[in-house]
Design a protein around this ligand. Structure first.
Ligand SMILES: Nc1nc2c(ncn2[C@@H]2O[C@H](COP(=O)(O)OP(=O)(O)OP(=O)(O)O)[C@@H](O)[C@H]2O)c(=O)[nH]1
Ligand SMILES: [Mg+2]
Length: 427
């Protein structure tokens, strides 16, 4: 029989209230043993919890009895909302642990059971993981949509249409051995149906990146030595993260500083000043690193001459405008010292960031989901562009497999282990 698991699901004690959750076939009998009565399902009921071993009172708590399968884990569940003191929690947990068939949950085990019982697919699990880690409102919005299953439901719809197309292909193949072909146009009708589906799936490929949303939009500050990059970085992130001096070549390494502006997560990178022919070996390494950072940048703030900008979409900054003015210098006039132009720069950054992040009612996708979507799209297109029924049926089979990977129906066990172990205990 499956173990019944329990864990403290609320935050670290001491706290006002501690929520201990149970999930598994013995959740009900364990609750009955502690509370000495069974509350009606899904109604919060006050009870004096006593240790079944000696009858000693443990705590007065609010109890919930949630019979499965309509629960988050898909199993019978119970919740004990106790006082949040360490000794209370330890006492209740010790009483639970002494019952046979009950044990402490591993990290993410409640969610793993939800996944295994088909209550959540892999996409919803990832959304939940992102929701627990969300620090900005934008991260929260996208993760919540994912956790609530918006994307999962869309994939389910694609899956049923794909199954219909597959069934048509297999049926047509069966008939093709016989002379009286029931539908002469079957291939072209199937091509059209598959192409429509492929076009819908293509939205996955263009979706904003969840990694970018989580880790921050990568903004790289670059330009010649002494341009004022480090000073500008410090002004943007609001602290002295990088050393500033009037010695050219002060910054040698990449300095990465995460910061949220206007509710959006950014990862700012300060780089070594770019110049040719330095004789300093360490500075030369720094310059190489600066080039590598520029390659991976989402947004470049370029503080040098416009003609030397590393990319045509770099945001041109006329830095130190309090001292150098901006006549004849294209770009946004900014002074990190006086604050002139700083608001305009932040607005420009947010405008650019918005195009890389999910808009209202949209969600971001992880590399895993995009890769899965790309495989699905590839096989659908291949099926849409062949008039050979055998090839079509095989491509549709591959597409079904890609969908199963996307939802986690087909997945490697170690990937799942890694995902669930990233959760906290009690989730
Ligand atoms: N007046 C004025 N001086 C500035 C401003 N920004 C930077 N400076 C000065 O310019 C000098 C160089 O600034 P840094 O921020 O170290 O320049 P950097 O581009 O990081 O230089 P490297 O790290 O050597 O490549 C320092 O003396 C700063 O105080 C500004 O907006 N106004
Ligand atoms: Mg510097």
């Amino acid at each position: 029989m499956t173990d019944t698991i329990f864990a403290l699901s609320s935050g670290a004690p001491p706290a006002g209230i501690a929520v201990i959750r149970l999930s598994g076939p013995q959740a009900g009998s364990a609750l009955q043993a502690l509370a000495r009565k069974m509350p009606p399902p899904r109604v919060a009921s006050l009870a004096l919890l006593c240790d079944p071993r000696d009858g000693a009172p443990l705590d007065r708590a609010l109890t919930l009895w949630l019979p499965g399968p309509a629960t988050v884990s898909g199993e019978d569940m119970a919740e004990l909302h106790c006082h949040g003191g360490r000794a209370v929690i330890a006492g209740v947990e010790a009483a639970l642990g002494a019952m046979s068939g009950l044990r402490r949950a591993a990290p993410g085990e409640f969610t793993r059971r939800a996944f295994e019982n088909g209550r959540m697919d892999l996409n919803a699990v990832e959304g939940l993981s992102d929701l627990l880690a969300a620090e900005t409102q934008q991260q929260r919005r996208s993760a919540l949509m994912m956790a609530e299953g918006h994307f999962s439901r869309r994939i389910d719809q694609w899956r049923s249409r794909l199954l219909e197309l597959s069934a048509m292909a297999e049926a047509a193949l069966d008939f093709s051995d016989e002379d009286d072909v029931p539908d002469a146009q079957i291939e072209s009708r199937m091509n059209a149906g598959t192409l429509t589906l492929a076009k819908e799936v293509a939205v996955i490929l263009a979706a904003p990146s969840a990694e970018r949303l989580r880790d921050g939009i990568r903004v790289v500050l670059a330009g010649p030595p002494n341009a004022g990059k480090s000073t500008l970085l410090n002004a943007l992130v609001g602290r002295e993260a990088a050393i500033v001096s009037d010695i050219a070549g002060t910054t040698r390494d990449r300095i990465e500083v995460p910061a949220a502006l206007g509710g959006v997560a950014f990862l700012f990178t300060d780089t070594a000043g770019l110049r040719d022919g330095t004789s300093d070996a360490i500075e030369a390494i720094g310059i190489d690193r600066a080039h590598a950072a520029l390659e991976a940048a989402d947004i470049i703030l370029w503080l040098g001459p416009p003609e030397d900008a590393p990319r045509h979409d770099a945001l041109l900054i006329a830095a130190q405008c309090d001292q150098l003015g901006h006549a004849g210098r294209p770009g946004l006039a900014v002074s990190a010292r006086t604050g002139q132009g700083m608001e305009a720069l932040k607005t420009a950054l947010l405008d650019r960031a918005r195009s890389l992040l999910p808009g209202e009612g949209e969600y971001a996708l992880h590399v895993r989901q995009k890769d899965g979507g790309a495989a699905l799209h590839y096989h659908l297109l291949a099926a849409a562009h062949t008039d050979d029924l055998l090839v079509m049926a095989e491509e549709l089979r591959q597409a079904r497999r890609a969908i199963d990977v996307l939802t986690g129906r087909a997945g490697t066990e170690d990937m799942l282990d890694q995902l669930f172990s990233g959760f906290c205990i009690g989730k």
